[in-house]
Design a protein around this ligand. Structure first.
Ligand code: HEC
Length: 148
């Protein structure tokens, strides 16, 4: 009686030489939040202008990290600038967060360029070189937004 049960169990575990079925995860696990996500950015100082971009259907707000001030030599290392992409028809719906972080290193004029998913706060792919090519033409240390 008990030995019959053991046989049934071993057959049920691929005992017929069938390869194991692949494991299917039905609820995908979200990527982990990035430690570099600019926590609390919404409370930081805000650029004087909100950009309403009819062409892309976007509304964009810009923030600068606390105590960051544009100096004659540019923004000081440690400065974090944020570009918030939202929907023009639903300004509370944030679709992407772009970040420029001043390092003072030789790369990209002393800045890093990153993008984050606002829902998961995880990093998403960004073409940093493309970001830099456009920002390099901006008047004040590669910065378009005006914070005064
Ligand atoms: C084609 C030009 C262009 C590209 C490419 C571009 N930006 Fe910008 N960015 C702008 C402009 C113009 C503004 C300010 C006004 C606006 O949002 O339209 C801005 C604003 C910003 C700001 C706010 C501070 C500032 O520098 O003005 C951040 C942060 C930023 N962008 C990050 C990024 C990142 C990260 C990327 C790449 C994923 C990127 N940008 C790609 C043109 C560009």
């Amino acid at each position: 009686m008990s030995s019959g049960l053991v046989v049934a169990l071993s057959l049920g575990c691929g005992g017929l030489g069938q390869p194991d079925a692949p494991t299917v995860r039905t609820t995908p696990r979200p990527p982990p939040a990035s430690a570099d996500f600019p926590q609390g950015y919404a409370g930081w100082s805000t650029a004087s202008e909100v950009v309403r971009d009819e062409r892309t259907g976007e509304l964009r707000r810009h923030h600068a990290s606390p105590d960051a001030r544009l100096e004659r030599a540019g923004w000081p290392p440690g400065t974090v600038l944020v570009k918030v992409h939202a929907r023009l028809d639903a300004p509370d719906v944030v679709t992407r967060i772009d970040v420029r972080r001043k390092t003072g290193d030789a790369t990209f004029g002393g800045w890093t360029y990153e993008s984050f998913d606002p829902a998961t706060r995880a990093r998403i792919a960004a073409d940093a070189e493309g970001c830099h090519l456009c920002h390099a033409a901006a008047p004040e240390d590669g910065t378009f937004a005006v914070f005064r």
